[in-house]
Design a protein around this ligand. Structure first.
Ligand SMILES: [Zn+2]
Length: 130
């Protein structure tokens, strides 16, 4: 084998190794992202299990879950409070049937036509007079 053939073989071996390394790296990235996707699915299912459990048992849950369940229920109440504040700021109330936001002065939901009851005013201080 001549010198140039020898050099050619070394270069070829080096580029083969580079190609192999690149292939391994791109396979690794692909597999890692597949693992992340599967882990996300598991997280979502755990979340669903938790939601179903809290909906079914609430504060009547097993003692071991009581702390977490209470925190969830308190946090949900806080969120409701904040939503009520937002609705008061925006001057709307929520339709009991479809959940749409309806301006206080409107008597019927513009989404589903449900009559907005007078008492349903998100605890707004001023009472509406008929
Ligand atoms: Zn509605």
């Amino acid at each position: 084998m001549g010198f140039l053939d020898e050099v050619g073989k070394v270069v070829s071996d080096a580029s083969q190794k580079t190609i192999q390394k690149t292939r391994v790296m791109s396979e690794t990235v692909k597999i890692n992202s597949a693992i992340v996707e599967e882990e996300k699915k598991i997280q979502k299912m755990y979340c669903q299990i938790g939601t179903m459990y809290v909906e079914k048992y609430g504060n009547n849950c097993e003692e071991i879950f009581l702390g977490l369940v209470s925190s969830i229920l308190e946090t949900e109440e806080k969120i409701k409070e904040y939503q009520g504040q937002l609705q008061r700021i925006k001057g709307v109330r929520r339709c009991k049937k479809c959940g749409a936001e309806v301006p206080l002065e409107i008597a019927f939901c513009n989404m589903c036509g449900t009559e907005m009851s007078v008492g349903q005013s998100n605890d707004i201080d001023k009472k509406q007079v008929d």
